[in-house]
Design a protein around this ligand. Structure first.
Ligand code: PMP
Length: 461
């Protein structure tokens, strides 16, 4: 493939040092204490790998922020962006543009059910903001129910909906958001002992919440189809159907957030496809074009779109459906189809990652549970397999988080770039990863886990 950027051989440490110095002086980084973080200077990337300026190459088991589903520098996507830039680089959302129409048509064709209208945004949080706005206007109701252990983005409504500690600093507690517990058998809130029980009790809990909030005030329930950042929580069979039924009974809009789970990550185009779930609104971003240009959106059902047939939809963004973003989405989707990339994600999950990670879990005292599907997995690291006490406390920082920081550093030293969140390491490589790359990554992970095992042994005393 054509990779005209800085090659592994060309990268030189002096350039790296200059990049880092300018970064340190002027880039204000997200979610970080500015004087504490020490970001890696990246020289280039290709496929499942990226490299720095100091001669280190990393197997990307993070897909960055779980978005480079098609891998780094896919030549068809890069070329589509270049061609579109030369043809028509930018144009306002109110105009009909060929690549925008085509991206919307392709996405509508892939999304489940009658989600046939696409509202484009620049990313996931804005998709969530607009889905919630549509639900409130459609129902005339104020409240939105969302799950603890969820992440929906960092803009105003999206961060309030989020159910992990990233919400705390920005929680206005006034946006009509009510949180509920979703199913998570390994750490069941419902004292359930199997998936069926967890499912029934989680649905009863949600129904109680609706009853006590007053159904007439609830606009929407929003769920990540498979919870991503919160730990790759795969819902039990029957849960999504149960939520769908509950929403229908009370006239509540059902929103599935597929920003992380969508576009191949789970081994199907959408995670909802595993359970034939059809929401009223589906949010997407990340994998739609693997983040080569910022893009997200909301896929909208006929019924909700009809609310805005003659009444204007009061929302929009200057860059909604940006031509470069749409061109890259068209190229990404077509390449994913032609190269059977979604099928590859399913195959890698079933034949390499699933069995390999379960085998790793057997051998490592620090691994409490393995969960996932496709190229979407998490290892839940614990102090003790019996008590299931997490290896680090919830939302640990500083010295409390040392076991996970040590583990992450061990991965990086070995050439594996992990996705670590709280007491978990997620295994989320590109959907394009080959069998041999996936096996290489599992080998490196296996070695690095000996560092986590030492902390588990120390906790046992
Ligand atoms: N929803 C989910 C499920 C996500 O995983 C994310 C990003 N991690 C978002 C929304 C927010 O997307 P963005 O960062 O593009 O705003």
């Amino acid at each position: 493939p054509s990779s005209p950027g800085t090659t592994f051989a060309d990268a030189d440490p002096a350039t790296g040092a200059a990049v880092k110095a300018a970064d340190r002086a002027h880039v204000f980084h997200s979610w970080s204490a500015q004087e504490v973080i020490d970001p890696l200077a990246v020289a280039g990337a290709e496929g499942s790998y990226f490299w720095d300026y100091d001669g280190n190459r990393y197997l990307d088991f993070s897909s960055q922020l779980v978005n480079t589903n098609i891998g780094h520098q896919h030549p068809r996507v890069v070329a589509a962006i270049q061609e579109q830039a030369a043809r028509l680089a930018t144009f306002a959302p109110a105009f009909a543009i060929d690549v925008r129409s085509e991206a919307a048509r392709l996405i509508a064709e892939l999304t489940p059910g009658d989600l046939d209208k696409i509202f484009f945004t620049n990313g996931g949080a804005e998709a969530v903001e607009n889905a919630v706005r549509m639900a409130r206007l459609h129902t005339g109701r104020p409240k939105v129910l969302s799950a603890y252990r969820s992440y929906h983005g960092s803009t105003a409504a999206a961060i309030n909906l989020t159910g992990d500690p990233r919400r705390w600093a920005s929680d206005t507690a006034s946006a009509g958001v009510v949180h509920f517990w979703g199913p998570y058998l390994y750490r069941s809130q419902f004292h359930a002992s199997d998936e069926a029980q967890e499912c029934t009790r989680a649905l009863e809990h949600l129904e109680q919440l609706v009853a006590f909030e007053g159904p007439q005030s609830v606009a929407a329930v929003i769920l990540e189809t498979v919870v991503g950042t919160g730990g790759v929580l795969v819902p039990p069979d029957g849960y999504l159907a149960g939520v769908r039924e509950l929403c229908d009974r009370y006239g509540i809009v059902f929103i599935l957030d597929e920003v992380m789970a969508g576009f191949g990550r789970t081994g199907r185009w959408f995670a909802a496809d595993h359970w034939d779930a059809v929401p009223d609104l589906l949010t997407f971003a990340k994998g739609v074009n693997s983040g080569y240009v910022p893009l997200g959106g909301v896929a909208i059902s006929e019924r909700i779109a009809a609310t805005f047939a003659t009444r204007p939809y009061p929302g929009g963004l200057t860059y909604s459906g940006h031509p470069l973003a749409c061109a890259s989405a068209v190229a990404t989707i077509n390449a994913m189809r032609d190269e059977h990339i979604v099928e590859n994600a399913a195959h890698i999950g079933e034949s390499v990652l699933g069995p390999g990670l379960r085998d790793i879990a057997e051998r490592h005292p620090s691994v409490g549970e393995v969960r996932g599907m496709g190229v979407f997995w998490a290892l839940d690291l614990v102090k003790d397999k019996i008590t299931r006490e997490p290896l680090v406390p919830y939302n640990a920082a500083g010295a409390d988080n040392a076991p996970m920081a040590d583990f992450a550093a061990a991965c990086k030293r070995s050439g594996l770039w992990p996705f670590v969140n709280m007491n978990r390491t997620h295994v989320v490589p590109p959907c394009t990863i080959t069998e041999s790359e996936a096996k290489e990554g599992l080998g490196l992970l296996d070695e690095a886990l000996s560092v986590a095992d030492r902390h588990t042994a120390a906790a046992a005393g």
